[in-house]
Write a new protein. Sequence first.
Length: 324
Amino acid sequence: MSWLERLFQGNLMPHGQCLLWRPDLLLMHIGGDILTVVAYFTIPIALILLVKKRDDLEFNWVFLMFSAFIFLCGLTHLIALINIWHGYYFIEGLAKVLTGIVSISTACMTLALLPKAISMPSRKSMLQMNRQLKTAKEDLLDLTEQLERKVTERTIALEKLAVTDELTDLLNRRAVMARLTGQLQLARRYGKPFSLMMCDLDYFKSINDTYGHPIGDEVLTVFADHLKQATREVDSVGRVGGEEFLILFPETPLAEAITVAERLCERCRDDRTVSAYDGTVITFSCSIGVVQCNADDSEKTLLNRVDVALYDAKASGRDTVASA
Ligand SMILES: Nc1nc2c(ncn2[C@@H]2O[C@H](COP(=O)(O)OP(=O)(O)OP(=O)(O)O)[C@@H](O)[C@H]2O)c(=O)[nH]1
């Protein structure tokens, strides 16, 4: 008899005979096997679907091994169910051998995989790591924000420093000259008038010589304050030399600039500043030259004209305003 004939030799004693066809035993065997077969055929479908949907899962081949092993278990239960009425014990034996091979392979591979699987981070530790990463990210964002704020603050401070006169906090020479260039360009393009005023403290050398350099510095600061108060936001006020100041009045005709200059002379004249340095009452005056920009003025001619006006103010006795 060939193997194939033996395999399908269903005339061996049916398993029901062993159970003496007792309904209670039959019910238990048939019921148990049916439920097991349904379950063992469903689980592989679920595992295959999982592997298909989650191809990112590590070791997903283990799920496939489990599917094969559980499917074969289901198959042996199915054959056992048939064998209650027939006697296909060769088929059942073959199915059991196959199930055994696949089961033992799955067991060996699972055991080999165990150390790797155990060392995998748990969901709890991953969640904790996630929280730590989130906190670190927030800290980093905070730090970046702080850093950006500091860089902006420093940049603003540096930009201010680059255009500011350290002693008086007015514009420095470079900055006020740049503004003058800009004003001249605007005046040439749009024909808008602007006026220029050059101030120089009178006998400043003798203030330094009489009271000392620190009080000379104080006078410069006090004078700078008068300048700030006598002018408007849009005016550009700068210190261009030791005791020499240049003021630009945009869109201002000569007469208005002269009024400001005269008011400034008056303020200085009335000032009785008490030195914070040694209590000395300091008095000082200034001479001022004022000019209005002409259509044909260049930077050089304009500065020349305002210098001449200042020289005139000095020459006519100081503490006065002269215009060109
Ligand atoms: N305290 C102080 N003095 C300065 C500073 N820069 C320049 N000076 C002094 O200012 C004085 C300017 O003197 P002069 O150019 O002779 O002018 P002046 O004495 O005001 O005479 P007139 O302008 O003709 O009225 C010098 O003694 C300089 O040393 C400064 O930043 N602080």
